[in-house]
Ligand binder design. Structure first.
Ligand SMILES: *[C@@H]1O[C@H](CO)[C@@H](O)[C@H](O)[C@H]1NC(C)=O
Ligand SMILES: *[C@@H]1O[C@H](CO)[C@@H](O)[C@H](O)[C@H]1NC(C)=O
Ligand SMILES: *[C@@H]1O[C@H](CO)[C@@H](O)[C@H](O)[C@H]1NC(C)=O
Length: 210
């Protein structure tokens, strides 16, 4: 009896694990997004177009203080990456433009330069900054969670493609976190040692309050 039960148990495990194997989980935009992503579109309704994204073929909107356009192909734009832990985006940096210091708490990043020159770098937790001028064809990796930046280092518009180890990487942009909200100026002054008047000046630049 015990033997039969054991065999039955093993078989039911096999059938459960077999049933739970899915090749992909294309985002179903008709269902709400959850904290762990979208639910899966029914496989019979999945087509090859779910795995192809056409939106990165031209420059995006660069009318911002950074002179940058960042066009994501994350799970909200690209249903096929849902659940895969990867994504891609196009980055255009005009002359004089900069991607400000920011972190992705949940993703590492790979950057491939396809046009122009970019000074890129990150700051490690042990006080070392790793900075390099990248040219067409160069690739740099930015470890998960570390502050990093990209600057157009001269010449024409720089173009790069960035890939993240998440289909929906989070981001915290340092100067927006500090200066484009209601973070009290005296606390910024006290915690960063940036002069109070300078805190006020930068807050005005980013429309932060206080
Ligand atoms: C597949 O798509 C059709 C048309 O949108 C829809 O009516 C149908 O319910 C979908 N099938 C499943 C299993 O979701
Ligand atoms: C570009 O972005 C700016 C700032 O968000 C906005 O005012 C403008 O309408 C956008 N231009 C286009 C063409 O979308
Ligand atoms: C700003 O911070 C510095 C350093 O902590 C402090 O000496 C100074 O009094 C602060 N300024 C104001 C206006 O609070």
């Amino acid at each position: 009896m015990k033997m039969i039960l054991t065999i039955f148990f093993i078989f039911s495990l096999i059938s459960i694990s077999h049933a739970s194997v899915v090749d992909f989980c294309v985002a179903d935009y008709n269902a709400p997004k959850t904290p762990v992503g979208y639910s899966c579109k029914s496989p019979e309704n999945v087509t090859v177009e779910d795995f192809v994204y056409h939106g990165l073929n031209k420059i995006g909107n660069t009318s911002n203080i950074y002179k940058v356009s960042f066009q994501p192909a994350f799970d909200e734009q690209f249903p096929g990456v849902n659940g895969l832990g990867v994504s891609i985006a196009r980055l255009d940096i005009l002359q004089g433009g900069v991607v400000p210091l920011h972190t992705h708490p949940d993703a590492s990043e790979v950057l491939l330069v396809t046009q122009g020159n970019i000074v890129a770098g990150f700051v490690s937790s042990n006080k070392v900054a790793y900075i390099k001028t990248l040219h067409k064809g160069d690739v740099m990796v930015f470890p998960q969670g570390l502050l990093h930046f990209q600057i157009n280092s001269g010449g024409n518009t720089a173009i790069a493609y960035t890939s993240h180890s998440s289909e929906n990487p989070g981001v915290q942009i340092l100067d927006l976190a500090l200066f484009r909200n209601n973070f009290p100026s005296w606390i910024i002054n006290a915690t960063t040692f940036i002069d109070y008047a300078e805190v006020k000046r930068i807050k005005a630049l980013f429309q932060g309050s206080d």
